[in-house]
Design a protein around this ligand. Structure first.
Ligand code: CMX
Length: 434
């Protein structure tokens, strides 16, 4: 059986002529115009990135390698006894665009097992940092600390040619993926569970092992598989994916790039929103003092947040214009596993009220919930109530997509990223108001 790296090498050699042809014969073909609104407004909607790994349609939501979330879950091989595919099979799928056989998925499980040992100095570093350090800072620091392990940095130093750089990128990406679950669970148990880390179980797949190291029984292994896959990729323009791509474009190695992307994910407008959804909901429930919430009280609380100049976490999106299918997927999990859980009911009630409130408020272009609105409820239900940890879970998932992307970035020889900036004077001149 061909290994993942061999299949990937084949895919790369098939794909390269397409990119080369576009560059050679169509480099001057216009893709779209850029307005002053976009220049000042965070490049919203400017089509200037390319990835074949996922595509985000504003109304349909994400497709991974052409498949919707339900199609992805249905197509990929499942871990025996599990409702969800393995993270390893998804990794194969994202990298190659092909649904792996059970045997191929198992080969990634075996490969990651070989790469899973986290260097002791990473744990030492985490232990030296003050215990009140945010979990995202710990996570980012752990990734950055391992930069000395980078095969990419080493082989680049030794003069590896540009078109071969994808190979050490793939090695670094695989080495990172194999370790991130252990690092995440270690941070959780060190910081929140009385410093009682649990050793990995090498017989398990990524999701199963993560649940084991978190110390949470079935079906948390399925929660982990679902969660990591759902959070993996959302095309290239979001802050974390774009940061990883940007930093790697300078030929900084995957450790530097992923650590930087994790720092972007830690922003409250991005991944940290999942922490804030639970913080908001808990504060709201505390205020209720044991009373059952009603749509009216929720409405009031949402307005209070908006009137104080804050955003409603978990709602809105820069691209999506409908309920995020990642939200829906998690809601379906809740309906199956925790339909009567009070917190789930509150989150559902917010879903009924918040879009109208946001529409009335009149600012957000998308009043619907995003992935972060639902994810904390599931964690809370399974005992992970320390919401400062939630974005680390997002980060482990986001690593899958971003690392697959930078492997392809190097395979296709994408250059260093360098958009052009203008001065306000220049914009006024372009606008004809100077
Ligand atoms: N609550 C209140 N106001 C909101 C809002 C929300 N949930 N979503 C958007 N708005 C506001 C914006 O702050 C902006 O206000 P100003 O004109 O005063 O600057 C206005 O509506 C227009 O924004 P937009 O074009 O609809 O949205 P953006 O593309 O600028 O921002 C996002 C997108 C996600 C940052 C924004 O919707 C938001 O802040 N949401 C809450 C935080 C959140 O859930 N983030 C997670 C997103 C998913 C993820 O990356 O994990």
């Amino acid at each position: 059986m061909a290994t993942l790296k061999e299949v990937l090498a084949q895919k790369i050699s098939e794909h390269r002529p397409r990119t080369m042809r576009l560059l050679k014969e169509h480099a001057d073909t216009e893709v779209g115009k850029v307005t002053i609104g976009q220049v000042i407004g965070g490049a919203r909607g400017v089509r200037c990135l390319v990835t074949d790994i996922s595509y985000l349609d504003p109304y349909e939501g994400i497709r991974f390698r052409g498949k919707t979330i339900p199609e992805t879950f249905a197509a990929l091989p499942k871990y025996p006894g599990s409702d969800y595919p393995t993270v390893e099979s998804f990794w194969w799928f994202l990298l190659t665009g092909e649904v792996p056989t059970a045997e191929q998925a198992q080969s990634v499980i075996d490969d990651w097992r070989e790469r899973a040992q986290v260097p002791q100095y990473v744990f030492d570093l985490l232990r030296t940092m003050p215990r009140d350090t945010h979990p995202m800072t710990l996570f980012s620091a752990a990734i950055l600390a391992m930069q000395r392990e980078s095969r990419f940095a080493e082989e680049y130093r030794q003069g590896l040619g540009k078109m071969d750089l994808w190979q050490p990128t793939y090695e670094d990406a695989s080495n990172l993926m194999a370790k991130l679950g252990t690092i995440g669970a270690y941070i959780y148990r060190m910081k929140f569970k009385g410093d009682t880390p649990i050793a990995p179980d090498p017989t398990l797949d990524f999701g199963g092992n993560f649940a084991h190291m978190m110390g949470i029984p079935h079906p948390y292994d399925d929660v982990a598989r679902m969660y990591f896959i759902l959070h993996s990729d959302h095309e290239s323009g979001n802050v974390s994916a774009h940061t990883v791509h940007l930093v790697a474009s300078a030929l900084s190695d995957p450790y530097y790039a992923l650590s930087a992307g994790i720092n972007g994910l830690a922003g409250p407008l991005h991944g940290l929103a999942n922490e804030n959804v639970l913080r908001w909901t808990q504060a709201f429930m505390e205020k209720l003092g044991g009373q059952d919430p009603t749509p009216e009280v929720i409405r009031e609380a949402l307005w209070e947040t908006l009137n104080s100049g804050q955003v409603i976490p978990g709602y809105g999106h820069a691209v999506l214009r409908k309920t995020d299918p990642r939200y829906t997927s998690q809601m379906e999990f809740c309906q199956k596993h925790l339909p009567d859980y009070p917190l789930f009911k509150v989150i559902n009630m917010i879903y009924k009220v918040a879009p109208d409130v946001l529409r009335e408020h009149g600012k957000a272009k998308n009043p619907w919930p995003n992935v972060d609105a639902q994810s904390g409820v599931i964690q809370w239900y399974y005992g992970v109530k320390e919401y400062a940890f939630y974005t680390v879970l997002f980060g482990i998932g986001r690593a899958i997509g971003t690392l697959a992307n930078i492997t392809w970035d190097r395979a296709l020889g994408y250059p260093i990223e360098r958009p052009k900036s203008l001065t306000t004077d220049m914009l006024e001149e372009i606008a004809g108001i100077k």
